[in-house]
Design a protein around this ligand. Sequence first.
Ligand SMILES: O=c1ccn([C@@H]2O[C@H](COP(=O)(O)OP(=O)(O)O[C@H]3O[C@H](CO)[C@@H](O)[C@H](O)[C@H]3O)[C@@H](O)[C@H]2O)c(=O)[nH]1
Ligand SMILES: [Mn+2]
Length: 709
Amino acid sequence: MHDFFLSTVVLLYYVVKKNHKFASSTLMESSSLPLHLCRPQKLSAIINRLYFLLYIIALLGHFYYRTCSFLQTTPPSKLHILVFASELLLSLLWLFHQAYLWRPVSRKVFPERLPENKLLPAIDVFICTADPKKEPPLEVMNTVLSAMALDYPPEKLHVYLSDDASSSVTLQAMREACLFSRSWLPFCSKFGIKSRCPKAYFTDQSLEYDEEREKIKRKYKLFEENIKRAETDCKRAQNHPSIVEVINDPDEGTDHQQVQMPLLVYVSREKTPFHPHHFKAGALNVLLRVSSIISNSPYILALDCDMYCNDPTSARQAMCFHLDTKISPSLAFVQFPQKFHTITKSDIYDSHLRTTFVIRWPGMDGLQGPMLSGTGFYMKREALYGNVSDLGSDLLHLKQSFGTSNEFIIGFLYNSMIEDYFTGFLLHCKGWNSVLCNPLRPAFLGTATTKLNDTLVQGTRWNCGLLEVTLSKFCPPIYGLSRMSVLQTMCYGYYALQPLFSLPLWCLATVPQLCLLNGIPIYPKVSSSWFLIFASVFVFSLLKHLEEVLITGGSVLTWWNEQRFWMIKSITAYTYGILDTILKHCSMRQPSFLPTDKVADDEQMRLYQMGKFNFQMSPNLLTPLVTLVILNMISFAGGIARMVIQGSWDEMFGQVFLSFYILLVNYPVIEGMTSRKDKARIPPSVALLSLVLSIVFLSLCSMALRFES
Ligand SMILES: O=c1ccn([C@@H]2O[C@H](COP(=O)(O)OP(=O)(O)O[C@H]3O[C@H](CO)[C@@H](O)[C@H](O)[C@H]3O)[C@@H](O)[C@H]2O)c(=O)[nH]1
Ligand SMILES: [Mn+2]
């Protein structure tokens, strides 16, 4: 039986090999055919530019009105200045965002036109894990196995796992995974399996099982049990020596009669509590150095430990760009969009990051290329070994920021919590390009955060990371301007300023409301034609967002959820991102990168799937949000009363509507305070505290206003 199995595999191997020869000989004849095509999304570009024109006219009208009314009232009121400043900042961010919409493109690849296997370049796969509790070794091994099973010549594939926890369980799991891969890899190629992450493959209910499939399933179960048994004593060490273990060396010859396998290496770098280890960027740089000695492949695929390969052909797809001599000299990386398998249709926490991967990256792809996104990219190793001189700084200083090696002085950059954005930015500044590869079948699938608290903590970390770059000498809108095109600079500028969204949102959720309660109009009268200008600025931006969502396969519900979550994020994650950065600059807080939880308990998953907000979270994050909602409830009720009693609806309608809109969008928060009785509702203590805070704020400010006038 065993022999039969082996000979089938060997036979298959030769058939495949022969086919490749055939394929490559046809390639020779058709070598003029392109490996990929890039098509501008003409219709989108036309719509976007028309919208830009229309909107800028409305905005200019808006500014004109504000300026005139300032000139009429001397001195202009402080509250009006605040509101206008907020509107200006929002407009600036809007302007930067237009760069993404200017020239979107889409691409198509033809992997079947690639040269024969022996001409393909080698690839080192880097997988990072940091915490066996939050990132269970079984899941990590599934990612490792899916990478080993990539449809690529195995002798040209080297898989490295970096374990920042230095967990013996993970190391043991690697050995188990290596054993299992000896059955799994031949099985995948024999049956041409598309879904090569074992867990994903075995949970697919639609599969029919024959004898061989049953056999491999049993082996997987055994593998799973072995790891699960060990998982019970997972520790996350902070103080440990380094370990580099070659788990499977294809050259060692013990496997000579078996199927050829990729090299598999376990790496755990040394860590001491007194020496900064720079989180994921540090781990990636260690992998860069270790791999440069072992395999030194010219290309690198980086994966987060939860991002398994969902399409084994991604490497070949990426090579369609890297091997195209027309673009390859300046091509640093091919980025695949992040996609997730844990997301429900309603996606209440906007975990898809739809705007990023569906709107912004294709937009940048039409310029100099998308930003580096941490995972799912094929990078040219050479691009990371930068030319130091053009950073215009002394070597010692650079070593402090980027690590102590002379040879590998650049690698992934350290000064920011989001090493991907920062590293990608400097690559683009140095003239490298990138491309987005977004095939129909997702190349990689990961776990998105499905808990509100986690999503916001992650958002805080990202925004703090963004600000760290903005406040450094590499401030994107300034540093980028002389080094890349204006549009590409605007794209980076948008992210550089993104945390600042919190300022206008805080302002517009409090100041017009305060004014409403005190009878101070902020917006033009409904009966005046200026009102129309203000209304169109508001309505057009909503409609444009709706158009984008619908055109890219989303629904009205997606649009509404994204509106809400943008507000929530601005008030919480963006705000705390700013606060964290300030604290860090005053050395009152150490940078921290706690990995997100890749496992969800049943209760949490149930809430998420029902589309119910899970308010079990840090009160620090929840209180500001609830306070603003309560404040708007008060101003809305007060505003209606004022309109009825004084008949001032013409003057006050804008502000009453603003409060109403904020309440409407944030209805889940109101529901969480009032009608919900479950464990994940808003705790009454938080609601009470928020009520007190909003009353104190409103009364103090109202008193100050009276006092002034
Ligand atoms: O000290 C650390 C901390 C994290 N990680 C690994 O980094 C990866 C990403 O961590 P995760 O907790 O999943 O963070 P996310 O916020 O989901 O990561 C996103 O944002 C990061 C930048 O903040 C990018 O590096 C990631 O690729 C991107 O998916 C995981 O594989 C971790 O194991 C380490 O190796 N060492
Ligand atoms: Mn992640």
